[in-house]
Write a protein that binds this ligand. Structure first.
Ligand SMILES: *[C@@H]1O[C@H](CO)[C@@H](O)[C@H](O)[C@H]1NC(C)=O
Ligand SMILES: [Ca+2]
Ligand SMILES: [Ca+2]
Ligand SMILES: [Ca+2]
Length: 139
């Protein structure tokens, strides 16, 4: 292999390592986000499709009235050991996109999916999920 090609291959390899979220590189990782992603990814294809996002939604709607109120969200968040109550409150307010006081299938869910699906291919990849999750948590 020529020297230039070797350097080129090395640069590509390093770039891939960064994109995959190697700790200590430019992309911030989140164990919690990966954990949540795997819980939601029922068919284990490393993508969240709209059905899987809908299942997450139903899971939080404890009394099945199609609205997720803050108390339902916090109770489920804590009972599934997803994080602290403060995190749940912060997240709830981000996910209640229209500020109605509850998360609903319309209009919040399409907005939530749109927020995570950066390349708009209809699926949320693990990388998309982690990046956007970190963004919410740092906001
Ligand atoms: C809501 O629906 C789920 C799944 O269908 C069921 O397991 C649960 O018992 C229901 N909860 C209430 C309060 O009706
Ligand atoms: Ca999936
Ligand atoms: Ca409800
Ligand atoms: Ca996507």
């Amino acid at each position: 292999m020529g020297k230039l090609l070797t350097i080129f291959v090395a640069v590509i390899a390093v770039s891939i390592a960064i994109v995959l979220g190697n700790p200590g590189t430019t992309i911030e990782d989140s164990e919690e986000a990966r954990h949540l992603f795997h819980l939601a990814d029922k068919n284990h294809d490393f993508l969240l499709n709209p059905d899987e996002m809908h299942s997450v939604f139903l899971n939080f709607d404890l009394n099945n009235d199609t609205h997720i109120y803050a108390d339902e969200f916090i109770i489920d968040w804590l009972s599934d050991n997803l994080g602290t109550a403060l995190e749940a409150v912060t997240l709830f307010h981000h996910l209640d996109v229209d500020n109605s006081g509850y998360i609903s299938k319309n209009p919040d869910l399409p907005y939530i999916i749109h927020f995570f699906d950066r390349d708009l291919d209809g699926h949320i990849s693990q990388a998309e999920f982690v990046i956007q999750w970190v963004k919410i948590k740092n906001s």
